[in-house]
Design a protein around this ligand. Structure first.
Ligand code: GTB
Length: 214
């Protein structure tokens, strides 16, 4: 059954693989499932056809037969449940992997997204540098805690899983901020993930879209 995902026709990040379709592409590459990418031009995000896929008018979405999903976390979880390779078989280990997916999305990602919001929505405001300092402290706290828990571990909890896809992608959004460099454990974790052939294929695929449509 053909899998179709939606992606930016022209991504804000200029092919750096930071938009959330990258998580879905990476998960599909890890499980070896082919997919098609439907490019959505900016002016069609809030058009009826796309709102039918996602009521919030965002990418990525995922279509597989009669199933349509939105929310990158839910999509990656679905892929991990539908195809083998991204979730442990053992029930407890599986529950922990899903826990880490939620942790990435609801505990680590929010302050990282806030940082971007401070960057564009509060640009030029007299309080912007103070807000950056505050949000950076919140991020540092999370990175310190995550780094301490990972210790010398290769992945979040034993074998590589869907949780690592989400967590690494969330952390990558800090590239260029200087914050990741303060946490060598996390920088090494990201580098390990980026060395995976599936990651490289996913990254190349989204970059190709940017190169062809910029
Ligand atoms: N919670 C949703 C999910 O996880 O799927 C959030 C989806 C979302 O925010 N999608 C963005 C979108 O469609 C694209 S990824 N925005 C249009 C809209 O809201 O109208 C956002 C993104 C873009 C660029 C970077 N970057 O450059 O770092 C990071 C994330």
């Amino acid at each position: 059954m053909t899998i179709t995902i939606t992606v930016f026709e022209r991504a804000f990040d200029k092919g750096r693989g930071l938009a959330r379709d990258m998580r879905v592409r990476w998960a599909l590459e890890e499980v070896g499932e082919p997919y098609e990418a439907r490019l959505v031009p900016w002016e069609e995000f809030k058009a009826e056809a796309h709102l039918a896929r996602n009521p919030f008018g965002q990418i990525p979405t995922y279509e597989e037969g009669n199933l349509t999903l939105f929310e990158s976390g839910a999509i990656v979880l679905h892929i991990a449940e539908r195809f083998p390779g991204l979730l442990p078989i053992d029930a407890d280990a599986r529950a922990r992997a899903i826990m880490w997916m939620f942790a990435a999305l609801s505990t680590v990602e929010p302050p990282i997204v806030d940082r971007d919001v401070v960057g564009y929505a509060e640009a030029g405001k007299i309080w912007q540098s103070e807000r950056f300092a505050m949000v950076d402290e919140r991020i540092r706290k999370r990175l310190t805690q995550l780094s301490a828990r990972m210790g010398d571990g290769e992945w979040l909890d034993g074998a590589f899983s869907a949780a690592d896809i989400i967590m690494v992608h969330v952390l990558r959004r800090l590239e260029g901020s200087g914050l990741l460099e303060e946490f060598p454990t996390l920088a090494a974790y990201i580098a390990r993930a980026e060395a995976r052939p599936a990651y490289k294929r996913a990254f190349a695929a989204q970059l190709k879209v940017w190169e062809e449509n910029k």
